[in-house]
Design a protein around this ligand. Sequence first.
Ligand code: RUQ
Ligand code: CUA
Length: 656
Amino acid sequence: MKSKSIGVLRTSTIVLWFAAMASIGCGPQQAAQVSQTPASSTADLMKQRGLSEADVNAALQTYTPTGKKDEYITFASGGHGGNLIVIGVPSMRILKYVGVFTPEPWQGYGYGDQSDTILEEGSRFGKKLTWGDMHHPALSETNGDYDGEFLFVNDKANPRVAVIDLHDFVTKQIVTSTLIQADHGATFVTPNTEYVVESTQYPAPLGGGYAPIEEFQDKYRGAAIFWKFDRENGKIDPAKSFAIELPPYMQDLADAGKLDSEGWVFINSFDTEMAYGGNLEGNPPLESGASQNDMDYMHIINLRAAEQVAKAGKTKKIAGMDVISLDTAIEEGLLHLLGEPKSPHGMDVTPDGKEIVVAGKLDTHATVYEFAKIKSLIEQKKYAGKDAFGVPILPFEDSIRGQVELGLGPLHTQYDDKGNAYTSLFIESAIAKWSIKDLKVLEKVKVHYNVGHIVAAEGDTVNPDGHYLISMNKWAIDRFSKVGPLLPQNFQLINIASEPMQLLYDMPLPLGEPHYAQMIKADKLKPIDVYKPAGYDPIKDEHSANAVKAKEERIVRDGKDVNVYMTAVRSHFTPDIIRVKKGDTVHLHITNVEQAHDATHGFTIGSYNVHSSLEPGKAVDITFVADREGTFPFYCTEFCSALHLEMAGYMLVEPG
Ligand code: RUQ
Ligand code: CUA
């Protein structure tokens, strides 16, 4: 069930009601509870804090009393922070950071064997990476609607895709292919999450080799990788994944078709000039070299047909990946190009799947393409020409329904439940609301400042909710108290159900630059409370072979390997003394045997760079070499109980 949208609350009525309640000795929430006298009347508070009626109105739409939950959950990319950020809407309270591409000490992510495996798995060219430039989260979908089960997200810098399981909000997998060297059209899922799309941004020789940049047109290529998702296992299956070679344009954002356009993938691009910079070598800088042509190209991929071609083995292996060559893609009719106004950015399929909205950074319009027209042009082989590689180009005029003039620097588009689209205007620092049917701007709201992506409630699904939209602003300038030259991002919550649209709340976001986010109805998420039964390994997603039960704690020495089978329970670790010799390899296997909700312990041994989070029922393994003799206290790092400080012990490393 979709939520009903709300309009603007009538503040004057509410203020009067507050005043009336206050005068009879009842605060707003205390009416049915203990009677308390508010510090001041609402009118006094407004005066003291300099708040207008509009401010109070906005506050009442976001204020969330203790114990009340949010209606929506937003999953925001953590940008160069490399972690995922979970935010409640409308309160805009941060609920969690999830370690993904960057070690996250609170969760012990990257500080123990299991989670190290995940970061290790994300290595490229043998190098373990401890950060990522996270851009676009994508919730798993069933029939084009979020199902609340999984989330995928990309790392643009070190092209990778992570899988986060929303049953416990833990990163379970990172996949990467050295086929490509930077991504941006990622991650986007097909309507039933069969595939997770990852396409390149900056062309490079496929597979990661060297080629002189002067051979850009011959040797450099883009690619789109279609990672096959195995929902049953909750993992991407690289062996069943494949890629298509693309021309050396700078492919940008992408979207998967839905409903009418299901089975197709759309990727836009800039730099169809194939400029590659060289501003100290007599060439124009990349930015101007890449902005010469009036039109760039949308890439239209017939994914269903491509899947058949890949299954038929018409691929070559590059960097371990099955790749459909550009020639094969052309021969088999898998790839078509279509003009897009100068340097486009956002690529957003409408909820009915019938149209595609492309916003041009350097063009003041959004262009609305009709999928039915595109499909019939492809079927009739009606081309306007071919590009330098022989890829057929569809005629622009015949494939669009029209254009709408939005303003300066249109980037990304989201949708509501009433047939409206919302497009961010980066240069103008505004959001334009426009009618998809009439191609007319209805209204604009100012934001602060330089908005990139926007996210509306379920705003890129087949069934958007309307109501809330967050403007993800890159610049904050004067919105918050000063914190030095590096400023937070500014997330602004907007009520899009009200007319005019109403700016409700500014939330500073001080952890990297989130690019995209997705907002899901909170009741679609069904996370677990504890790992049951105790002894679960969340990374391997199975009962741990090293799980320890109460009374089965022990220390087992095998040559220089010391295995410590330990339990944690309020308020002790068993064993609480570990004796080893310098040079021993210590394998800690710790199980939090508690099953009480929120009874989390932490574990650290000083000076060994070891930390784990032990949620109820979780089992972790930590391996390290006791390479320093001495006396090392270990203790619980979560204030779990009255005797938390006593939840400690000693590791004694005797001289070897
Ligand atoms: S991109 S706004 Cu990945 Cu638009 Cu950042
Ligand atoms: Cu366990 Cu503190």
